[in-house]
Ligand binder design. Structure first.
Ligand code: SAM
Length: 246
């Protein structure tokens, strides 16, 4: 998968050199390129922002450097002719990023990310970009960050780990929070008793059927306690009779 990120703080994205995503880059599974938007400016001060039309607080990102950066990315896109690469625009005014979205995006051959700063990017950039990309404003959640970089770190990590080969044991992606609409069950390791607290007996017994039932019950209890909205959104067809007793 090819990933392009445009930012005025490319150093922010240095964390994508670490851990599994860094290894995936070195192994050639993720071709991740970070571009400095200021290198696309033409004035002596490398200006990327200006005052907003209509007045108001803050500055707005100018369209010209974005057009220069994004047109080059679109031209170099590996997506087959007739298809457009995806441009994700992090924004608190976007659709909320979810595990389901991460799965969809992990299927894409090419993702570009445009990191806004200040009050955001001149809206015309998104209209202009729609001729070259499928443009999607995406939010990390209902709160406001200073810039898109932190959102991109989170999204690239969530998407990248779903690309085949990035996580060594694909089984570990199956029983995770949000993979089946529920939160993950609690997990434990050695010692069996720590600070007077014992691991649930059933996990020590080796009965796989009982362990699976115990974990499923814990998933349901934890989700009901912490995220009742997820329980309400569950498709009843995914529940079995024993789930209903929990
Ligand atoms: N004035 C904008 C608004 O109210 O919608 C917020 C601008 S914010 C200070 C600057 C940049 O941070 C945004 O352009 C976006 O790239 C990023 N950002 C802020 N909150 C975000 C969130 N919840 N999800 C994704 N990106 C976010």
């Amino acid at each position: 998968m090819r990933i392009d990120v445009v930012s005025i703080f490319p150093e922010y994205l240095a964390a994508l050199d670490l851990s599994l995503i860094g290894k995936a880059r070195r192994d050639g599974l993720l071709d991740l390129r970070v571009q400095d938007l200021r290198e696309r400016t033409t004035d002596r001060h490398h200006t990327v922002d200006d005052t907003p039309y209509g007045g108001g607080a803050g500055m707005v990102m100018k369209p010209e450097p974005w057009a220069a950066a994004l047109s080059e990315i679109a031209e170099a896109s590996p997506v087959p002719a007739g298809r457009k690469p995806l441009l994700i625009v992090p924004s608190p005014a976007g659709a909320v990023f979810t595990q389901r979205m991460a799965h969809e995006l992990a299927e894409e051959p090419h993702l570009a990310f445009a990191c806004g700063r200040y009050e955001g990017i001149d809206e015309r950039v998104l209209e202009w970009a729609a001729e070259r990309f499928e443009v999607r404003p995406v939010s990390l959640g209902d709160y406001v960050l200073n810039g898109g970089e932190v959102a991109v770190l989170a999204m690239v990590e969530a998407i990248g780990r779903l690309v085949p080969g990035v996580v060594g044991n694909p089984e570990s992606l199956v029983e995770e929070s949000h993979s089946d609409g529920l939160l993950e069950y609690p997990v434990y390791t050695k010692p069996a008793v720590w600070e007077g607290r014992a691991v649930p007996e059933v996990l020590l017994g080796g009965n796989h059927g009982k362990i699976a039932r115990h974990r499923r019950n814990e998933q349901l209890r934890r989700t009901a306690a912490r995220r009742p909205d997820l329980i309400l959104a569950l498709d009843p067809a995914t529940l079995n009779a024993k789930d209903r007793d929990t």
